[in-house]
Every structure is written in structure tokens, then in C-alpha cells.
Design a protein around this ligand. Structure first.
Ligand code: PEP
Ligand code: MG
Length: 575
């Protein structure tokens, strides 16, 4: 039966494909009793599933030993293989099938819950976290039991699959970069959550905040994801399907037409040059950066190098990643942001990752975490500094608010430089250091930034979250996340103008910079440097080449005097 759900449009485009449900196995499995005489058959089913998973892990192990694959992957597969053959998983469920006359899935889940509970009692956080491996192994066996061993690896997936999940973390989503997925939908999530941001960087259509998609959609249902309107259509009828196929082709055509702008300069009608830079999450994104013809990298979110692994990336490993990007950009600026972990971005390898902060968005996040963990911070700073010998690298520090934080950060950078001098390692002594403006206090009191740093970059995702007191990951308040709120506009204009008066380079690297509906407004405020996902760059450039900054400045000055949100919206649309 066809039905439609509405959520938040977070990544444009249309995907048509088969649903692949991702969830915790416990929610999924059928519970039923079996007859005594069916016990041997049920046990055989279970053993067959174990064999299937053993073979799957064997294949994965071969893939994981291929050159260039992170060593953690092979270690992880090894751990999963060990768990799979442990009698606690391979044998105890058979006893349960015999003793309780329950189906194999049910027996396995009961045993998993017992093991997870035992792991949760362990004091050592490293060992305690192994419960996730148990759950993942059990999920594999359950999928095999259900006859759906489809797995998310490079080879197994086809591009017509749409992921349907209750929630996805940024760490889950970043893994899609290596897979061909048509789109994804989730029940939770806000439009500037990092999950949504990664979706945009993948250029795959996505809708979040659907509330009931996960329980209502079934595996293999045919679904349409309209990432522009925020709609999910399940089991569409022939007419709707045809209409969407047509729209999908139109969107693709539009995108390919935009490619003509790749080599055009981003210059306005009144001859003002605009710098269009790219945001990246991983070194592999540089292909896209080149394809879009970006003027550099305005934001490298390095925390993604720390996710989905059990150990920290070493200084050398980080150096290799940063050097790769610096070299590939061949002299264009590469702005490497220091670790911004915390809030919705977590990494199990980091100290304190298991701690549940009472309010993570206001807690030990980003630079606050780095200053509290100087060894982790110094290792990253040394890696960035070493990479500065291979291109035009600059350092960007997230979440600064206090003059003391700026002073401490600069002292740490100096310490990292000194360590490298002692090691006789080369680096750019004059490396530019910038701060992100993403806390209202920083935006209102720019003095220490202007005095001590070389550039600023406005992180509108967080700036809006903190200014309007709206959790960017919470779909229940996402309707209040309004970039056109008069307070947001006034603050942005104030920061841009103050920086320009002080001759301080200022960019925006939050999602606003990549929204073509905002381009003219930001130009009118005086912004000349934008950083966004490479996938959005040509659409923004299209706006720039048709704009006149002189005319826009006058119109935007009038908009800034308005306080009626409806009037503001109307006037911004008319710009
Ligand atoms: C921002 O806050 O706008 C920003 C660019 O940083 P992030 O989205 O990674 O928090
Ligand atoms: Mg931020």
C-alpha cells in the first residue's frame, strides 16, 4: 500500500530505490515457539547461519588486507571472527533452543542481551565497549538467519539502495562515502546535524526527522526520497513513480549544465572577486574539490579521521592525511580545523568518550576538549605544522569564546613548533592561525580575535544553534532553527563588517555559505569568502556571477532594519 511521510529536507535530489533497514537486531527478530521434533532443524538453521557469517568475515578479511585499507578494519574483522566462534555465541544459543524450545533468532538475542549486560558491568572502558562488537556479530548472524546477508561493503551494495534508519550518527554516515547508496532517511535528526552535513557532502538525497519511517517501511519496499521537499513515498503507484523518474532526470540534467561554470571566475557583475572554497571531511574528498574548481579548502573537519576506529590516529598518520591534502591543493589554501569532537560527533578512541555529558553541546567540546587533553592536541598540531611544509596550510580553531582560550591555544601552537624545531622538522613558521566564530559571545566581542589571530571563519551552524538556543540535532525544534531570524542577520552582518574594518579576512564555512538562496544576502552583508561542500559550489557560483554587490549592499542594509520575519523572508526572496 502506498503512503507518504514528511520530514526535513536535508540533502537535495531524488532517489528511487529499495529500502534497506538498519537497526538494532533486537527490535527486529521474530519470537516464536518451536515443537520438540523441530529442534534439530532449528539448530541446523543456526549452524548454517554461523557458516554464512564465517564466510562473510573471510571475504571481509581479504578485502581488509588490501593496500590502503586502514589496519583497524582488519583488526575489527579479526575480533568479530573470534566472537563468532566463541562458545558463548556459537554454542549457548543451541542449548537455549533445546531447553526453551524457542526459534534460533530468539535464542541468539536472549544470549546477546545477557552478554551485553555482563559487558556493561566491566569497569575498564575499553573492554566494556566490546559489547558493540558482540551486537554487530549477532546482527550479522541474525541477517543470515533471516536470509538477508546483504552487507554494507563496497562489493555488496548496489546504487539503488536507500538506507532507512531510526537514527544515524555522523560516524555511521561517513562510512557511506565508500559505498554506493542512492539516499537515506531517518526518524531523528536536525537539518544542520553532522549526519545531514555528511549527506550533503555525499550529494545523496536525504530526509531526516520522519518520526515513523523505520517501523513503517519494510525491507525491500520500493521507495522514493525527495530530498528537496523532505518527502518519503513508500510503494508509489505507477503514475507517481513515472513523475519522479522524470524529475530525477531533470535534476541530473540541471546539475550537468552547471558544470559549465567550473572554470568560470566567481566574479560579480560589478567585478568583485569572490573566493569559493570547499569543506571536506576526509582526504578522499579532494577529487570532488578539484571537480568543483574550488579556490582552496576553507574547512577540513579533521574529527572524521578519529571516528570508526578503536585507536587514535597517530601523529604520523594524521600528518600523511594532511600532507596529502596540502600537496593535492598545490599552493591553494588548506584550512585545517583542529579536532572538534563532542556534542553529536563522538569517537570511541578518545579519552572520556564514554562519559555522558549532561548537555554535550555546551560541554567539553572542540577547543575545550583539546585544551583539556594537551597530548592529543599537541600531536595534531605537530601533524598539521609538518604538513605546512607541503602547501599553504592554515590552522583553524573551533568554538573559541574567551581571550584566555585564544592565548592558551597560541601557547600550545608555539609549544608544538618548539618540539618540531628540536626534532629538526620543517614547517611554515608563519602559518596563519584563525578562529571560528560560532559562539555568540565571540561574535559580540571580536577584539581578542582581531588582535591575536590572522583570520576568522563564521560557523553559522553552531552560531545559530547557540544564538537561538536550539539543538541542531533535535528535529522537534528544527522549525525554530531560522537563519533569517533578525538577531542572526544582525549578528552576521556585524561580524563581517567589524572584521572587514579591521582588515581581517572573514569567511563563512557553515551550511549557510552553501545555500544558493542565501548567497545574495551574504554578498550584500559584505562577505567575500565562502566555504561549502564542493557539491554546492557551482550553484552558489551561478548566483555570484549574476549579482551586483553595490546594489545588494543597499538592499541588505534595508533588510537589516526590519524585525518582522515575514517581511524579511519576502525581501530576501526578492533580492
Ligand atoms: C559550524 O558550526 O557552522 C561549522 C562549520 O562547524 P560544524 O558544523 O562542524 O560544527
Ligand atoms: Mg561548529
Amino acid at each position: 500500500m502506498s503512503f507518504t511521510l514528511h520530514g526535513l529536507a536535508v540533502s537535495q535530489g531524488i532517489a528511487i530505490g529499495r529500502a534497506h533497514l538498519i537497526s538494532h537486531a533486537t527490535l527486529e527478530v521474530a519470537h516464536y515457539a518451536i515443537r520438540e521434533r523441530d529442534v534439530p532443524r532449528e539448530i541446523a538453521r543456526f549452524e548454517e547461519a554461523l557458516t554464512t557469517v564465517r564466510n562473510e568475515l573471510g571475504v571481509l578479511n581479504t578485502e581488509a588486507s588490501a593496500p590502503g585499507t586502514p589496519s583497524e578494519l582488519s583488526a575489527l574483522v579479526g575480533v568479530h571472527a573470534l566472537f563468532l566462534d566463541d562458545p558463548l555465541i556459537a554454542a549457548v544459543p543451541k542449548d537455549l533452543i533445546r531447553a526453551r524450545l524457542c526459534n534460533a533468532e530468539w535464542a541468539l538475542v536472549q544470549q546477546m542481551e545477557l552478554l551485553v549486560a555482563q559487558f556493561e558491568e566491566i569497569d575498564d572502558s575499553y573492554l566494556r565497549e566490546r559489547k558493540h562488537d558482540i551486537v554487530q556479530v549477532v546482527e550479522r548472524v541474525l541477517r543470515a538467519l533471516l536470509g538477508k546477508p546483504r552487507r554494507l561493503t563496497k562489493k555488496g551494495i548496489d546504487s539503488e539502495i536507500v538506507i532507512v534508519a531510526h537514527d544515524l550518527s555522523p560516524a555511521d554516515t561517513i562510512q557511506f562515502k565508500n559505498l554506493k547508496i542512492a539516499g537515506f532517511v531517518t526518524d531523528l535528526g536536525g537539518s544542520t546535524s553532522h549526519t545531514a552535513i555528511v549527506a550533503r557532502s555525499l550529494a545523496i538525497p536525504a530526509v531526516v526527522g520522519l518520526h515513523h519511517a523505520r517501523p513503517l517501511v519494510r525491507e525491500d519496499d520500493l521507495i522514493i526520497v525527495d530530498g528537496t521537499r523532505g518527502v518519503l513515498i513508500v510503494d508509489p503507484d505507477a503514475r507517481v513513480l513515472e513523475e519522479y523518474r522524470l524529475r530525477k532526470r531533470e535534476v541530473e540534467l540541471e546539475r550537468s549544465k552547471l558544470k559549465r561554470l567550473k572554470t568560470a571566475r566567481a566574479t560579480t557583475l560589478d567585478d568583485v572577486d569572490i573566493s569559493l572554497q570547499a569543506n571536506i571531511e576526509l582526504p578522499q574528498d579532494i577529487e570532488q574539490v578539484k571537480d568543483a574548481g574550488a579556490d582552496g579548502i576553507g574547512l577540513f573537519r579533521t574529527e572524521f579521521l578519529f571516528m570508526n576506529r578503536d585507536t587514535l590516529p597517530s601523529e604520523d598518520e594524521q600528518f600523511e592525511a594532511y600532507r596529502l591534502v596540502a600537496k593535492a591543493l598545490a599552493g591553494k589554501p588548506v584550512t585545517i580545523r583542529t579536532l572538534d569532537i563532542g556534542a553529536d560527533k563522538t569517537a570511541r578512541a578518545l579519552v572520556g568518550a564514554e562519559r555522558q555529558a549532561p548537555n554535550p553541546a555546551l560541554g567539553l567540546r572542540a577547543i575545550r576538549y583539546c585544551l583539556a587533553e594537551p597530548q592529543i592536541f599537541l600531536a595534531q598540531l605537530r601533524a598539521i605544522l609538518r604538513a605546512s611544509n607541503f602547501g599553504k596550510v592554515q590552522i583553524l580553531v573551533p568554538m573559541l569564546a574567551h581571550a584566555t582560550e585564544i592565548a592558551q591555544t597560541l601557547a600550545m601552537i608555539e609549544q608544538a613548533k618548539q618540539q618540531l624545531r628540536e626534532r629538526r622538522c620543517k614547517f611554515d613558521e608563519n602559518i596563519a592561525i584563525g578562529g571560528m566564530i560560532e559562539i555568540p559571545a565571540a561574535a559580540l566581542a571580536l577584539g581578542p580575535f582581531v588582535k591575536r589571530l590572522q583570520f576568522i571563519s563564521i560557523g553559522t551552524n553552531d552560531l545559530i544553534q547557540y544564538l537561538l538556543a536550539i539543538d541542531r540535532t533535535d528535529e522537534s525544534v528544527s522549525h525554530l532553527y531560522d537563519p533569517l531570524h533578525p538577531a542572526v542577520l544582525q549578528l552576521l552582518a556585524q561580524v563581517i563588517q567589524t572584521a572587514r574594518k579591521a582588515d581581517m579576512p572573514v569567511a563563512i564555512c557553515g551550511e549557510l555559505a552553501g545555500d544558493p538562496q542565501m548567497t545574495r544576502l551574504l554578498l550584500g552583508m559584505g562577505l567575500r569568502q565562502f566555504s561549502m561542500h564542493p557539491t554546492q559550489l557551482l550553484e552558489v557560483k551561478q548566483q555570484i556571477v549574476m549579482a551586483d554587490t553595490g546594489q545588494l549592499a543597499a538592499k541588505v542594509a534595508r533588510i537589516l532594519r526590519l524585525d518582522d520575519p515575514e517581511r524579511i523572508r519576502e525581501q530576501v526572496e526578492k533580492l
